[in-house]
Structure formats: structure tokens, C-alpha cells
Design a protein around this ligand. Structure first.
Ligand code: PEP
Ligand code: MG
Length: 751
């Protein structure tokens, strides 16, 4: 077999390009292509396998294997050498394929006579499309140059697939981005929504993967890279040298390093030399970097590869002229689809523009999740593959209750989904009727219902939901969405407007709860072995009190003669609360000296988010004006199960007997000192959980506004004494969780 020299490889690409211009159907084009490749590579066999579904590859065209095996031979991902190439996204090059590990003989193909095998993945930016294979009778491995030539060809085939060049009859040749698809992800925020896809980063379409004039392409590439360098330098100029901006600078420095990288440039110029266009050469190297990113366990390396990925996107936009602003109008019911998104970018879209959010990455506690929660729109995280599949404007339905995304749903899904939405809308109407009624159980126990918030924009829900006050105002968003620490006056203005909007109802402001997953853009990221157990929340506040004190001053000024309620997150021992509380007292004294009007009343509470503080001395409970159970954190520490880790986070039921007993113990300790206690974690917003918490003695719950109605509705229909007996009996029976018994009781009881 002869090695293709440079011009041969270019000739091959040119011939492939010509097939694009031919007026032929997908199958005919594929047949022609395998013939061209086999001929050019002087191999006995050339075959193209494409995905029929996410797990199955199908032989779609061959030169050299038995023609009757086309569309008959199939293999699972990972099965045989072809399946291995597809699964690992890596070349397999074997001189003696039949004795290679994992080889699987396909009798219908007649491939037994071919000894050497070289398979390269056909993939586009991490999206697996198929496998290109050449085989030969003589038993020798293909040379590096040959493998490289095949990779370049596979790149062009990937672009052709994306452009729809192989669309024909049969599953494997169906047009891409047209069929209904379902993705399963994690629940970031509950709720359902229907709308149209709006891609945060619209896909760049490369219509010219092959180019005839390498000099011209190299010139285009160099010019684009020059433009890129200038824009990175400009960005660096605008980032301040403040210590707080170090992280942003680091990223931009990494951008600059790549933009000036000789080896990156050299690889792309080689790709152009082999016949690719400038755009295709950028994508080829970007695909390779994504492959490495997916495989690397080194967080630093992954971050740098992510930087290279971002930079490649910028370069592609410069080359194709397809900017972020494509001129397309955002659809009315937009559902944002993104790989990931920061809080500032998300807030830029605005609450009214988006119906829902789907992220490939993200996490339950990410900044995007905080915003989605604040906006009360459904969010799905970890929806892997959705960005590569979705096109702007595609119909999409998202079920945030179950973490399911239906892209381009078929009629059956659409009607089932609309039924669900209609049922939910009806239920909401029913709940609206309860707005002014108390959450009083049948046996006359009153439960106070408050709402959680994090943005001024949410305050109108206070009146519409019928919540009695804001049980948790998370103050992180105002810090997360900026590139520098917000100013005291600005914060005071925001908090004051929150109090105005609450119109006399109590608002519990929680001081800044950062660290762990919530990292401020301007805060030096500390690499901690276990951030959830690390330097976070009150620990940061007490070690570096400057920001916390400024926040307390802002709160005092915002109150301006009105009552002020503050609570501290993540108190794990008495001294932390004592010290934090002292900061409030000191700031009040200071503000008084400065002549500011003091709050008419100040209440200082602690969040109970670690088991340790439940066993604190009695004096802690006496000193705290109130306690708020942060169940999201408390549960993760009680069960030692990371709330961010999809593998373990659902493993332990909130209605687990031990956990409910613990909640009961906390309420008893608070009752002993007459310290008011509330529960503000997400579980409080789940009606069955809310009933069980009330049965354990809690008389106050705080939840997202949309949960107020459903929780009130159920509480008003149950007898708490009975609920308690059911829970006790279930507990005594040795059950692990009381859920089954409680559900059965509710079913029987509510019918
Ligand atoms: C909690 O931990 O339950 C809580 C309310 O705080 P966050 O979710 O913001 O950590
Ligand atoms: Mg918490």
C-alpha cells in the first residue's frame, strides 16, 4: 500500500468535495466516497459505519466487503474493533486484526481475508457520528502519515454528515437534527415548560470543509488568529489589576498563551496543507482537544482545555463571520440551551425572556441554578449531548420535575406533556383560592408558611402566593453576578427596596453564603480537597470580616428605622454564632456613632446546617433569636452524601426514620428555650415532607413561592395527630423510611 503524499491527500479531499456537488442521494454518495477512498489509499477495503442510534453502529457503505452486508452488519458501541474506535474516540491501527484484543468476526462481511485494520472515528466537536475503516490483505500497520490522512478525511466526512450529505432511507441515514430525541438529566429546579430552543452559543456551520488553495487558507487562518490575539489583548487591557480580578486575568493569560502557541498554529497549518479549509482545521484541533478534555482527570488541564475550546469558538466566529449575534430574533417562549452559563450572562437574558434552561453541565447548586430558582423557571442540568443535537428554534419541552428534556417531541409526547401542564395550571388555580386562608391542619395546628427569595423581582410573589414573609433571602446573587465586590451603598439600596416590596412583612436576610460550589468571580479560588466541607459561608465571613461587616452596614442602613432580621449560614459551633452576632452589635454601635437611624428592632438567628450545632449548649439556643434549619446542607452532612453528586444525592430519603427523629430532636431543643425554629431547605416545599416535618413539631416552613399553594393545600386536609401516629408506627416497625406508610395513609385518608 502506497503512502499518500501531500498532494495525493489533497487530491482525495478534492474528489470528496466534488461528490458534495453531485446531484446524488445519500447512499449513492456514500458508495462513491468509499470507492474513492479505497482507491486513493490503495487499500483493499474502505467502509463507513454510522450511528443508527446512540448505542448501535451500522455498516452504511463499503468497497471490498460483501455488498449484501451493507445495512445488515451492526455492532454495539464498544463491540469489536469498530465499536471500540467509536466508544473511545481513538484510532485503532492493527497489523493483525483477527488476533487483536476485542476483535469480533462478522461472517456476513467476508472480512476474514483482511489482516490489517485501521479505524478512525468520525466525530465533530465531541459528537460521535461514526467510524471510517480501511483494511488490507497484507499484514502491516498503517503508517502515521496514512492514519493522519484518514483522520483528515474523517473530519471532512463529519462535516458532510452535519451538512446532510448522506441523508437517505433508513435509520442510519436519517437527516440529523430532525428526529425527536429525549435526554435525561438532573433536576436543577422543578417545573415544566414548553417552547423553542435558544442556543446560548449558536453552532457555527462550516460549509466548506475542503479548500483548494492552501496558501489562501493559511493566510485566512493567520489573519483570523491575528484578530483573535488583538481581541484577547484588548480584553486583558480592560481587566483591572485588582487582586480580586486575578482569576479572570488567569483565564485571559491562558487565552493569550494559546493564541500565541506555535504548536497549535503548526497543527492547523498542517491540516490546511492536507487539504482542509481554515475553519475545518480549527474544528479538527478543537475536536482533538475536546476528546482529551473528556478523558483527563486533572482539573487544571481540563480547565486549560476548556480555555482552548472557548478560544477555538472565537476563532471560528471570526473565520465564518457567524458572530454570537446572528441577527436571529429570540423566540417568544425561549428555552435556553447551553453547555454551561454564568450568573451574569444568565441575568442578562432577563426573567421575562426565558421559560426554562437546559444545561449540559451545571449542577444543582451552581450559580445558574440559584438564578433559575430565583426566577422560578425549570432548570435541567447534566443533559448530556443536548447542545450538539439542538438547533435554534427547535421545539422543546422540559420536565424539571423529572429532569427530562424532549427535543423535537412527537405528537404523543406533546399531548401527554400538555395534559400535564394543564393539570398543573388547574392545580395552581385551586391553590390561588387558598391564598388568604391559613395553613391550618384539621386538628387545628397552624403552620406559618414563608417563602425563599434571592432577587427583588421575586418579592411580588409574597402577595400572590400568600406567604407570610420571606423566611430566607439569599444574598449571594448580588455578589455572584458582578465582576467586583458590590458597593455598600448599592447593596443598601437593593435591601431597602426588598423591604419596601415586602411591605411590612418580615424578611430574613441571610448573610453571604459563599465558598464550596458558590465561588465569587473576584475571589481567589482556593483549591480545597473537599469544598463542601471547606472554607465557606460563616467561616469566610469570620476569617475575613471586611465584606461581612460591609454587608451588615448595608442591611442596617436599608432598615433605616424598620425592623431588621439577619441570620448567619453554616454555624457549626456556638463560638461562631457568638462572634458573628457580635459583629452585628458592633456595626449597630458604629452606625449609631455615625448618626445613622438604627433599626427599630434587630433579630439575629442562626442556620442549623450541620449536625454538630443541634447538640450545642443550651446557651446557644437562648442566645439565638431564631433557628432556621437549612435542610439542603443538613441532609448532606447527616447522611454524608454530597448534595451535588448525582450518584448519591437521591440515595437517602428525607423521610428516613433517623432523619425525621433528628428533626424532632432539633424542634424539642428549640422548644425548651422557646427559640422559634423554621425549616428553609428545599424539602419544606414538598407537600408530603412538609406534613411529616409538621408532625415532628415544626410550626414554620419556608419554601419557593410555587410550593406555597401545594403545601398549604395538603396541610389543610390532614390531621397532624394521625400523621404522627402513622410515622411512629412505621418507625417502630423497623422501616427505613416512613414514606410508603405515609403515602398509603394519605391515599386512604384523602380519597
Ligand atoms: C440549605 O442548605 O438548606 C439552605 C437553605 O441554604 P443553601 O441551599 O443556599 O445552601
Ligand atoms: Mg445551606
Amino acid at each position: 500500500m502506497a503512502e499518500p503524499n501531500e498532494s495525493e491527500s489533497r487530491k482525495l479531499l478534492r474528489r470528496l468535495k466534488e461528490t458534495l456537488a453531485e446531484d446524488s442521494a445519500g447512499q449513492a454518495r456514500l458508495d462513491h466516497i468509499v470507492e474513492i477512498i479505497a482507491h486513493s489509499m490503495r487499500s483493499d477495503v474502505c467502509s463507513i459505519y454510522l450511528f443508527r442510534d446512540a448505542e448501535t453502529l451500522e455498516l452504511c457503505a463499503t468497497e471490498g466487503l460483501k455488498p449484501e452486508s451493507v445495512h445488515q452488519t451492526r455492532m454495539r458501541l464498544g463491540e469489536g474493533l469498530v465499536g471500540r474506535v467509536a466508544r473511545d474516540g481513538r484510532v485503532v491501527n492493527e497489523a493483525d486484526a483477527p488476533s487483536a484484543k476485542g476483535f469480533r468476526y462478522m461472517p456476513e462481511t467476508g472480512e476474514e481475508v483482511f489482516s490489517s485494520f485501521c479505524g478512525v472515528p468520525i466525530q465533530r466537536l465531541g459528537d460521535r457520528l461514526g467510524v471510517l475503516v480501511v483494511q488490507s490483505r497484507d499484514g502491516r500497520a498503517f503508517s502515521e502519515d496514512e492514519v493522519y490522512a484518514l483522520e483528515v478525511v474523517a473530519m471532512v466526512l463529519a462535516e458532510m454528515t452535519e451538512l446532510g450529505a448522506f441523508v437517505g432511507e433508513g435509520e442510519a441515514l436519517r437527516a440529523r437534527h430532525t428526529t425527536p430525541m429525549m435526554f435525561r438529566g438532573g433536576v436543577g429546579q422543578e417545573g415544566v415548560a414548553e417552547g423553542h430552543v435558544w442556543l446560548h452559543e449558536p453552532r457555527v456551520v462550516v460549509t466548506n470543509p475542503v479548500a483548494d488553495d492552501p496558501e489562501l487558507e493559511t493566510k485566512r487562518l493567520r489573519e483570523a488568529v491575528d484578530t483573535l490575539r488583538v481581541s484577547v489583548d484588548d480584553m486583558l487591557q480592560t481587566v483591572s489589576r485588582e487582586p480580586g480580578d486575578t482569576d479572570q486575568r488567569e483565564v485571559l493569560e491562558a487565552y493569550r498563551m494559546f493564541a500565541n502557541s506555535r504548536s497549535w498554529m503548526k497543527r492547523m497549518e498542517e491540516d490546511i496543507g492536507a487539504g482542509l479549509s481554515a475553519e475545518a482545521s480549527v474544528e479538527k484541533e478543537q475536536s482533538a482537544a475536546r476528546r482529551r478534555m473528556g478523558k483527563s482527570n486533572d482539573a487544571y488541564l481540563r480547565e486549560r482545555l476548556q480555555d482552548l475550546d472557548d478560544l477555538s469558538n472565537r476563532l471560528l466566529r471570526i473565520l465564518t463571520g457567524q458572530g454570537k449575534d446572528t441577527g436571529a430574533a429570540m423566540p417568544e417562549k425561549a428555552i435556553l440551551v447551553a453547555r454551561n452559563i454564568g450568573p451574569a450572562e444568565l441575568l442578562d437574558y432577563g426573567r421575562t425572556k426565558l421559560r426554562g434552561i437546559v444545561l449540559e453541565q451545571g449542577s444543582v447548586g451552581s450559580h445558574a441554578a440559584i438564578v433559575a430558582r430565583a426566577w422560578a423557571i425549570p432548570l435541567i442540568v447534566h443533559a448530556s449531548g443536548v447542545v450538539t443535537e439542538a438547533l435554534n428554534g427547535d421545539p422543546i419541552m422540559i420536565d424539571g420535575d423529572q429532569g427530562i428534556v424532549h427535543l423535537r417531541p412527537d405528537d404523543i409526547v406533546v399531548s401527554a406533556f400538555r395534559d400535564k401542564m394543564a393539570m398543573q395550571a388547574k392545580a395552581q388555580q385551586r391553590y390561588a383560592g387558598l391564598r388568604d386562608l391559613p395553613a391550618e391542619t384539621k386538628d387545628g395546628v397552624r403552620i406559618a408558611i414563608h417563602m425563599n427569595a434571592g432577587l427583588i423581582a421575586e418579592l411580588p410573589s409574597l402577595a400572590s402566593s400568600g406567604a407570610e414573609g420571606v423566611g430566607l433571602f439569599r444574598t449571594e446573587l448580588q455578589f455572584l453576578a458582578r465582576s467586583t465586590v458590590p458597593k455598600r451603598a448599592e447593596l443598601a439600596g437593593i435591601y431597602s427596596r426588598v423591604l419596601d416590596a415586602a411591605d411590612g412583612k418580615r424578611v430574613i436576610f441571610r448573610t453571604l453564603d459563599i465558598g464550596s460550589d458558590k465561588v465569587l468571580p473576584y475571589m481567589k479560588r482556593e483549591d480545597e480537597p473537599n469544598p463542601a466541607l471547606g472554607w465557606r459561608a460563616i467561616r469566610v465571613g469570620l476569617d475575613k470580616p471586611g465584606v461581612m461587616r460591609m454587608q451588615l452596614q448595608a442591611l442596617i442602613r436599608a432598615a433605616n428605622g424598620r425592623p431588621l432580621t439577619v441570620m448567619f449560614p453554616f454555624i457549626a459551633q456556638f463560638d461562631e454564632f457568638r462572634a458573628a452576632r457580635q459583629h452585628v452589635l458592633d456595626e449597630i454601635e458604629r452606625e449609631e456613632k455615625l448618626g445613622h437611624v438604627l433599626p427599630s428592632k434587630v433579630e439575629i438567628g442562626a442556620m442549623l446546617e450541620t449536625p454538630s450545632i443541634a447538640f450545642a449548649p443550651r446557651q446557644f439556643f437562648e442566645m439565638a433569636d431564631f433557628i432556621s434549619i437549612g435542610g439542603n446542607d443538613l441532609k448532606q452532612f447527616f447522611f454524608a452524601a454530597d448534595r451535588e453528586n448525582e450518584r448519591v444525592r437521591r440515595r437517602y430519603d428525607t423521610l428516613n426514620v433517623s432523619y425525621l427523629k433528628f428533626i424532632e430532636q432539633i424542634t424539642k431543643r428549640c422548644d425548651e428555650t422557646l427559640t422559634p425554629v423554621s425549616f428553609c431547605g428545599e424539602d419544606a416545599g414538598r407537600p408530603v415532607e412538609a406534613v411529616c416535618f409538621a408532625a415532628m413539631g415544626l410550626r414554620s416552613l419556608s419554601m419557593r413561592p410555587a410550593s406555597v399553594g401545594p403545601v398549604k393545600h395538603l396541610l389543610r386536609r390532614v390531621d397532624l395527630g394521625e400523621a404522627r401516629r402513622v410515622i411512629e408506627t412505621a418507625g417502630e416497625s423497623g422501616a427505613q423510611s416512613v414514606r410508603a406508610d405515609v403515602m398509603e395513609w394519605l391515599r386512604g385518608h384523602l380519597e
